[in-house]
Design a protein around this ligand. Structure first.
Ligand SMILES: Nc1ncnc2c1ncn2[C@@H]1O[C@H](COP(=O)(O)OP(=O)(O)O)[C@@H](O)[C@H]1O
Ligand SMILES: [Mg+2]
Length: 377
């Protein structure tokens, strides 16, 4: 029979081990705490409390899963630190690398199919002012700022944000809800502050809010986790407080599949104020996508790229990438089973396409146009 006392004991042990970097110890405690919380929620009659408890259990499970990832990535360095138990302690940021996701992406604009207008717009607003700061100064062009990439899933928004960081040779800091939930428990506000400080210390930085609608949802309420309730105002405050005149090159980018679920405060001037629609690829872009993702594979002369582009209207970039991968598995498996290796035929691609519906529904695409019209984006 689960009790709150048991739950608290398990959770505290799990969190303490997590703080000490003992992921192997933390994991079973977190899992048991989650199980205990689920039992408690089943006994609960109040639907709101029940939902809160289920949410809490999910967060604990996420943390437990994260223990595996961190242990696997060599995170278990015995990085035990003394610190005040309430998390407001003595962390001087020296080991900030433990939790700040700092990337030097290696994706170029030329790796992205289509979206030429979007690329040009980003070049004007984001790249050229960074690449030619003296000219930007001469013409009083603002350097940096915020941009919201919105559009259906799998259209390359995350890829785009990485390419921007790569093109301007900036360090990218990624902030995603999953990461905040799993790693920042008890210290979320301090970590947001430290992340912004680390970004400001770089000569050029991009702070990227992936799935920003989950990070800063429009309707916040009691169903939010306590972590999120504290993090959101902190992020808004940091964005607000950032001094653009200081000659630093800091860019904020957000990506979302659900712009209508995003708190409009996030799109005010000084925040993610430039909205950029990343649509499904058009026919020339789809052709380019097939060229990119079949390019590294042996293909037969009968593969007709124009035809492939024609029959994949409505498919996303991620869909086409997956189609190319799946069509390669057919000849691959044949050759593994001893047949003479052959190249990928048009028939392989056609069969895979016929078997794979587009991941985005047409009705959902319309929602983006509607939202853009309503918000003047
Ligand atoms: N326009 C594109 N050009 C090249 N690859 C793409 C494009 N769109 C999507 N992809 C491929 O699909 C993958 C998933 O895209 P992603 O950036 O995660 O989409 P989103 O963030 O919009 O959901 C990318 O990593 C990339 O390999
Ligand atoms: Mg994405």
């Amino acid at each position: 029979m689960a009790s709150f006392a048991t739950f608290t004991r398990l959770k505290d042990k799990g969190l303490a081990a997590l703080r000490d970097g003992d992921f192997a110890v933390a994991k079973p405690y977190l899992v048991q705490a989650a199980e205990c919380m689920i039992e408690l929620s089943e006994e609960n009659k109040d639907p709101q409390l029940k939902a809160d408890q289920e949410q809490y259990a999910r967060e604990l499970i996420e943390m437990a899963k994260d223990c595996d990832r961190r242990a696997a990535s060599g995170g278990e360095r015995g990085a035990r630190r003394d610190r005040a138990h309430d998390g407001k302690g003595d962390d001087d940021g020296a080991d900030a690398g433990d939790w700040i996701v700092r990337e030097k992406p290696n994706v170029r604009f030329s790796d992205i199919a289509g979206l030429d207008e979007v690329k040009a717009e980003i070049q004007l607003k984001m790249l050229y002012p960074f690449q030619h700061p003296e000219l930007a100064q001469k013409y009083a062009i603002d350097v940096g700022g915020g941009m919201l990439l919105y559009g259906p899933p799998g259209t390359g928004k995350t890829m785009f944000a990485k390419a921007v960081a790569c093109e301007i040779e900036a360090t990218m800091f990624v902030l995603s809800p999953a990461q905040i939930m799993s790693k920042w428990v008890g210290e979320a506000e301090q970590n947001v502050r430290k992340l912004f400080e680390a970004a400001k210390a770089e000569p050029k930085a991009v702070i990227f809010f992936d799935e920003v609608e989950a990070l800063v949802p429009s309707r916040r309420g009691s169903q939010d986790s306590p972590v999120m309730q504290r993090v959101v105002p902190q992020i808004l405050q940091e964005l607000e407080g950032f001094d653009r005149k200081a000659g630093r090159a800091l860019l904020f980018m957000g990506a979302t599949n659900e712009p209508w679920s995003l708190d409009s405060a996030m799109m005010r001037p000084g925040r993610l104020d430039t909205k950029v629609y990343i649509p499904l690829p058009d026919a020339p872009a789809r052709l380019k996508l097939f060229e990119i993702y079949l390019g590294k594979r042996p293909i037969d002369d009968d593969v007709d790229f124009a035809e492939l582009a024609q029959i994949t209207n409505g498919y996303s970039g991620a869909d086409i990438k997956a189609i190319c991968a799946r069509s390669a598995t057919r000849p691959f498996l044949e050759s593994v089973s001893g047949q003479t290796p052959r190249s990928i035929h048009m028939a392989d691609l056609q069969a895979v396409i016929a078997d794979t519906p587009p991941s985005v529904r047409a009705a959902d695409v319309l929602k983006f146009d509607e939202w853009a019209r309503e918000t003047g984006g």
